[in-house]
Ligand binder design. Structure first.
Ligand SMILES: [Fe+2]
Ligand SMILES: [Fe+2]
Length: 470
């Protein structure tokens, strides 16, 4: 196992102190990060003690340490999964060659772009979620929000480490820019669409962590296959943290569904009793799932083909495929010819975005199946909308579809969109439920069921955030 240095300014397992130049550069970036965190991180809770886990190693059995910490004092560290001895490039034109420990010159720009695009999502989500603490349904949930936030901060560190270590001056400039863009800002927005959408209520937060963090999982799985070994090792460790983010999302929505189902079973309308009705939950699902589908990019993509050919970005769990070169294979895809959708074989490398999206959709289906167990007796079932619905990227962008995938005209969509996506009324209602935050240990807002268990074997009424102390 690699050596862990926890007592340095920047905790790490990359032997940072042996490279003074790099260490100095990162130590200069650190105060800029903290100042960004204080400006754009969780608003109003920076001085509170939060029961958080901190990564202290990459040992699968014990990498996290739990304790109270104030967020600006969180020990954001640089942790790469242990190297795999003799690792080779697992796909593309360089299949079978030794994995790269340095950036190959010809792929420098592509790699930097991949790392910056991934890196940009990390601070973006913290910015999107920064005011949610004021409307939280419980201290348990508040702590989970902050856990996700500090780990997204650590993911930013992970990408900035790669930029500083391997991309020289350009890398340092990109690291600065990552702290300058702002989610939703008209002049300097974050790079990807979903990361500029407001996330100002807890139903959105739980949908975001279910669907958008799950996009993150698939991007990380694809980058974990990279022939550039430091990127692969970085992403492999990030995946272990990502799992908790999706847990927060899935169980959060699940508890909202349970509360609604309980009321429906009693013959009550959840909206008359301060909870969220099932059709509204479905509309939020439709929104966050589809903006997350967009993050995979166009169905047919030269970039995706180039990234795969170069060995930079593979498929999720590349080892499950037989043909790792994918030069002669094709992928059957519905593509527009004029106004008609026609099934056509596409060169597989050009369809890699769609291949990754397929894996993502299959994973989302499993989540829906689990959610539906709570409503099976009520004659209601949640469903993922068609991947044509409400798209802003790829061939379905600029066209209009119903959630079941039937093409309609713009006027019909406009007239019916409030049936399918959260309306202004829905949003106002959901926000109204959350006007009064719940800061008493063991208490929960009326619109959400308590969790099945606490965090790290603590009881549900544990004081996850020391809210009431000065
Ligand atoms: Fe992340
Ligand atoms: Fe995440």
């Amino acid at each position: 196992m690699s050596n862990v240095s926890l007592n340095e300014k920047i905790p790490n397992n990359v032997d940072l102190s042996s490279d003074k130049r790099l260490q100095r550069a990162l130590e200069q970036w650190q105060p800029e990060f903290i100042s960004w965190w204080k400006d754009m991180g969780p608003e109003g809770f920076q001085e509170k003690d939060i029961y958080l886990r901190t990564a202290v190693s990459v040992d699968p059995k014990g990498w996290a340490h739990f304790d109270y910490v104030r967020m600006p004092e969180y020990r954001w560290g640089i942790f790469l999964a242990d190297p795999v001895p003799g690792r080779t490039v697992g796909f593309g034109d360089h299949y079978g060659e030794p994995a790269w420990q340095e950036v190959p010159g010809e792929y420098r720009n592509s790699l930097r772009r991949l790392i910056v695009t991934q890196g940009d999502t990390e601070p973006a989500s913290v910015e999107q979620q920064r005011r949610l603490g004021h409307t939280c349904p419980s201290l348990y949930d508040l702590r989970n929000l902050f856990q996700v936030n500090v780990e997204e901060g650590r993911h930013l560190w992970a990408m900035v480490y790669l930029l500083h270590s391997y991309f020289g001056r350009d890398g340092r400039e990109e690291a600065e820019a990552l702290l300058q863009r702002r989610s939703g800002d008209a002049d300097k927005p974050r790079i990807l669409g979903a990361f500029n959408e407001p996330c100002t209520d807890w139903l959105s937060f739980f949908m975001f962590t279910t669907f958008t963090d799950r996009d993150g999982k698939y991007q990380l799985l694809a980058l974990a296959e990279s022939g550039f070994d430091p990127l692969s090792r970085t992403c492999r460790f990030m995946l272990t943290e990502e799992a908790h983010h999706m847990f927060v999302g899935e169980t959060g929505v699940s508890r909202i569904i349970q509360r609604a189902a309980e009321l429906v079973r009693e013959g009550k309308d959840p909206r008359d009793h301060g909870a969220i009705d099932l059709p509204t939950i479905q509309r939020y699902l439709n929104f966050w799932y589809t903006v997350s589908l967009d993050l995979f990019g166009s169905e047919v993509s030269t970039n995706a083909a180039n990234f795969f050919g170069a060995g930079l970005k593979g498929r999720a769990k590349e080892e499950q495929y037989e043909d790792h070169v994918a030069l002669d294979a094709t992928y059957e895809l519905d593509v527009y010819e004029g106004d008609r959708l026609v099934r056509r074989p596409i060169p597989l490398r050009s369809a890699m975005n769609e291949v990754l999206r397929d894996a993502y959709v299959a994973d989302c289906e499993k989540v829906i199946t689990r959610w539906n167990k709570h409503v099976a007796d009520l004659g209601f079932a949640f469903a993922l909308p068609s991947r044509r619905f409400h798209r802003a990227q790829g061939q379905f962008a600029g066209r209009y579809f119903t959630p079941d995938g039937t093409e309609i005209d713009a006027a019909t969509f406009e007239a019916r969109k409030d049936e399918w996506l959260p309306s202004e009324k829905d949003k106002a209602y959901v926000r109204s439920l959350m006007a009064n935050p719940v800061y008493t240990p063991g208490h929960f807002a009326n619109w959400i069921a308590p969790p099945a268990r606490g965090i790290n074997d603590k009881p549900i009424d544990f004081e996850y955030v020391r809210y009431n102390e000065a």
